[in-house]
Design a protein around this ligand. Sequence first.
Ligand code: CP
Length: 303
Amino acid sequence: MNKKSLISITDFSKAEYLRIMELAADFEKNPNQKLLEGKVVASLFFEPSTRTRLSFETAINRMGGRIIGFSDAGSSSVSKGETLHDTIRMVSNYADLIVMRHPLEGSARYASEVSGVPVINAGDGANQHPTQTLLDMYSILKTQGTLDNRNIFMVGDLKYGRTVHSLLMAMSEFENPIFNFIAPEELQMPHEYKMFLKEKGIRYFEHKEFTSIISEADIVYMTRVQKERFADPIEYEKVKNVYILRNCMLNNTKDNMRILHPLPRVNEIHTDVDSNRKAYYFEQALNGVFTREAIIAHTLNLK
Ligand code: CP
């Protein structure tokens, strides 16, 4: 088997991003392509998930594969003290592919090193969420017609938000992106990602509010302030409701502008935005099925 894991978004080249977009469009036209018949996929979720786990499982079912795994580490032998090393060594004997979410940064890379089969990172702590990024890119491509020359606003928890970290790196491969980072002081985009952009000569700007500049955006990428990443609950309380996008803020936005959010949301997008045609987050979540079918097909070299 061709062992090609997806751990960081930078594991794939620009040509591979474009190949995934092409495959996702093909799966969107025909989701029930039985390319996984006779194959077993392990879905190991050591951290809660709705969309990522269920869209992967939908993708695997639509492709005719079988699923083993758990959605709660408490129901596995991890609760008896089994290490990640031993869990992955064992599961890679049972499955052709492992999809794993884990709260520790670096856990997915480690799993790929000890696994005999490819590993897809479904989110490792605050580090990376590459499959979310590929579905975000597919959503940008579908709504904008291009991945080039986009002005992308990233709003909310830019410190712990693994989805914005992965998206920033991937979009930097395309022509002339501009990034606007809107975050409270405590949740600013980490230095290493700003350095990454600087070294590539990509423009970025930092703001404390965005109502006065939202008319410039092509994409407004909202994120949840992630309570589970805060050691001190008082720190979370201080920042949890700093940014709330409301329908009245969208009056002077570009026609092509779309609002994305990896979901789940808490308060950061008011429900009065949901009926605005620029709200795209539920369609974005649906795109996750087609994109994850594409990622599986590419990773296992099925097409
Ligand atoms: N976007 C995302 O990762 O959602 P879940 O946590 O529900 O999987």
